[in-house]
Write a protein that binds this ligand. Structure first.
Ligand code: SAH
Length: 355
């Protein structure tokens, strides 16, 4: 028997195809999606608008499979990290970060990661496999069922385990399902997709995803970036910046530029000045992320005063700059699981904020 299809991984047109293949009308797909995403059905038996025969057929050919929550850690600051087990026994993490009215969930896109960034904890394990679109989308459903924030998630960041653009198809499909009217209806502008800089893939992104794009720049010279991010060999900084400039970002939208500050390595005022030069002409909002030390690497956290000076310099040059503080560090939610510590802007920066 062929494998059952997990309906959480299907965009509406694919779901329509699926219902057609069962000899059903297309509109049944929409009804099914409403049950799944809006009414929280976990079983085809709940879909009472379908005949008993169709419900049985669905149970035979499809699933509404969810990952199993096998561990839950809660930080003193409210951050919750869930360890999820997939059907083949592989495990990934998802992190829920409450911050006032904002409820951000950080999603994984791969089991492990192939990019090898020296400061990143996920990198040490290497890549096992991509997550399917269903395995990305169901991180949200599983967290909701687990009690989640007690409220609906408002923001999504693709900043968990893995490199989203190295799992391009999975990421794009999951983005579509999460943001669609038939799916989880999360506003596109509240979704962030973070990449270490796979330039060729950045150029393939659908235009509507560009305002969601975040680049982990993390250095201002190729020499330093090469040392911390091997991907730089394939895509040097100049190519990344040229790519951002050339992409058809809608007017008023901005990219997010992430910059992990590693003490003494990339946090000097010369770096700040180079960063300003690099980003001139790139509509951007800069997230400064003080390095969150962990056992697998020997970089140093930056001096908090230097972080402040670095940020102040960017603000003085009229950039939007935010310092992000790792949340949940007592539960090692340390990767991209970050919280806005404070948000400030330079006086002349454009006003569109991601909300
Ligand atoms: N692969 C993607 C998304 C995952 S990492 C990417 O590279 O963007 C999400 C963010 O967390 C990236 O900006 C990354 O540079 C940062 N990060 C990884 N490990 C970190 C650590 N130990 N401390 C602080 N930031 C870290």
């Amino acid at each position: 028997m062929s494998e059952k299809v997990n309906l959480y991984g299907l965009e509406l047109p694919a779901m329509e195809e699926f219902f057609l293949s069962l000899g059903e009308k297309k509109y049944r797909a929409g009804q099914c999606a409403v049950r799944m995403y809006r009414k929280g059905a976990l079983d085809f038996e709940e879909m009472t608008e379908f005949s008993a025969k169709l419900r049985a057929l669905l149970a035979e050919r499809a699933t509404l499979w969810l990952p199993k929550v096998i561990d839950r850690q809660q930080s003193h600051d409210g951050t919750v990290k869930l360890l999820l087990e997939l059907a083949d026994g592989e495990r990934v993490e998802t992190v829920l970060i409450p911050d006032g009215e904002r409820h951000t969930q950080c999603l994984s896109t791969q089991v492990g990661c192939a990019m090898g960034c020296r400061f990143c904890r996920t990198a040490t394990a290497g890549l096992t496999r991509n997550l399917t679109p269903a395995e990305i989308v169901t991180q949200v459903i599983a967290a909701q069922l687990e009690g989640g924030f007690g409220k609906r998630v408002t923001n999504i960041v693709f900043m968990g385990m893995g490199e989203p653009l190295h799992n391009f198809e999975g990421t794009v499909k999951a983005f579509n399902i999460l943001s669609s009217d038939y799916g989880l209806t999360i506003a596109k502008r509240r979704i962030t997709v973070s990449t270490c800089g796979l330039a060729a893939k950045m150029r393939e992104l659908p235009v509507e995803m560009l305002p969601s794009l975040a680049l982990s720049l993390n250095a201002t010279t190729d020499e330093v970036r090469m040392r911390i991010m091997p991907v730089t060999r394939a895509h040097p900084i100049a190519e990344l910046i040229e790519t951002l400039k050339a992409l058809p970002l809608p007017s008023r939208a901005r990219y997010t530029i992430e910059y992990v500050l590693l003490g003494g390595l990339n946090d000097t005022m010369e770096d700040a000045a180079r960063l300003v030069r690099l980003l001139s002409g790139v509509p951007s909002k800069i997230n400064l992320i003080p390095y969150n030390p962990h056992g697998d690497s020997d970089f140093a956290a930056p001096d908090p005063e230097q972080v402040e000076r670095f940020k102040r310099y960017l603000l003085d040059k009229n950039f939007v700059a935010v310092t992000r503080k790792s949340k949940g560090d007592d539960i090692l939610a340390a990767c991209g699981q970050l919280k806005a510590e404070n948000e400030e802007r330079g006086s002349l920066a454009p006003l569109e904020e991601k909300d």
